[in-house]
Design a protein around this ligand. Sequence first.
Ligand SMILES: Cc1cc2nc3c(=O)[nH]c(=O)nc-3n(C[C@H](O)[C@H](O)[C@H](O)COP(=O)(O)OP(=O)(O)OC[C@H]3O[C@@H](n4cnc5c(N)ncnc54)[C@H](O)[C@@H]3O)c2cc1C
Length: 302
Amino acid sequence: MDKAKEVTVIGAGPAGIAAAIYLKRAGHDPLLLDKKGPGGLIVNANLIENYPGFPGGIDGPSLRNRFVEQMQSLGVSVTRAHVKRISRVHKIFRVETDNGDYDSLVIIVATGTRPKRIRMKGAKALEGKKVFYDLEGVLANNIVDGRIIVVGGGDIAFDYAINLRERGWKVKIVSRSTPRCLPLLWKRAEEKGIDVLVGYSPVEVLDKDDSLVLLCNSHGESKEVEGDRLLIACGRVPNLEVLDSRLRRNLWRRGLPETGVPGLYLVGDVARKRYRQAGIAVGDGILAAMMADSYLKKGGRR
Ligand SMILES: Cc1cc2nc3c(=O)[nH]c(=O)nc-3n(C[C@H](O)[C@H](O)[C@H](O)COP(=O)(O)OP(=O)(O)OC[C@H]3O[C@@H](n4cnc5c(N)ncnc54)[C@H](O)[C@@H]3O)c2cc1C
């Protein structure tokens, strides 16, 4: 193992990228690790309209490309590594990955979230074939004009539905209750010819030749919704399991992005519960980077 790094940032989504850019400009050489490469969740976003600087909005992949260009111009790079475990011994953090282990004085955790799995009969057996939890999985199948059922009522479900409609899919959204998404997304979905079925609770998915049937319960009655693929977007859970149990126990003892463990910061979606937005993640990343800079300058005191 080499000498301990000053700062390691785990996750190269908006939060981790913003932290690494700030640190680089402050004279540090942050190690930025990501299991997939740069961009994070925004690569799945159809249209980001609330991130300042882009009148008319910007699609997620283009925003990711802008982030990458900016990182390259500043000499910030992403190291591919899947972090398995972070622990702390004698004030030094140990980061274990599938691409080597690292020691670090400061850790910024920016690992975001993953889709919540729902309990629905038949779904597990079809996962990755006809049932998906993220957009990338659906797009990997190279179908352009199939019928897709999107389950969920939040902004992400509606953004996915509009995205797929614009790619030629026939889309139905199934929402258990009144959708929580921004009203403008609901309106846009309906204008694009997306059927929004409200009050349908999915119960079971049945495999049927090349297609599938989603059995729902609607106001006590059983209803069938047919499609070729099913995309489930029913909430997300934070990726905190990289932290060992001792670190996890001490996370929430200070105001974010600080934690109860000196030198450990938690930023962006992994930390923000229901307030998950790219702009919040970027702000968190910068704030943690500034705190980390000051912590290092004070020789490990806050
Ligand atoms: C469809 C959709 C539409 C959206 N629309 C908008 C919008 O219009 N406006 C807006 O502001 N926000 C939008 N968002 C939300 C926005 O994408 C997130 O808030 C933002 O990406 C959070 O950034 P983050 O850096 O905290 O986490 P993420 O972007 O999730 O990045 C986390 C990174 O950590 C990496 N990682 C995770 N675990 C590990 C590990 N163990 N080892 C190594 N790397 C790891 C992941 O690969 C990922 O790159 C949208 C999201 C979606 C899905």
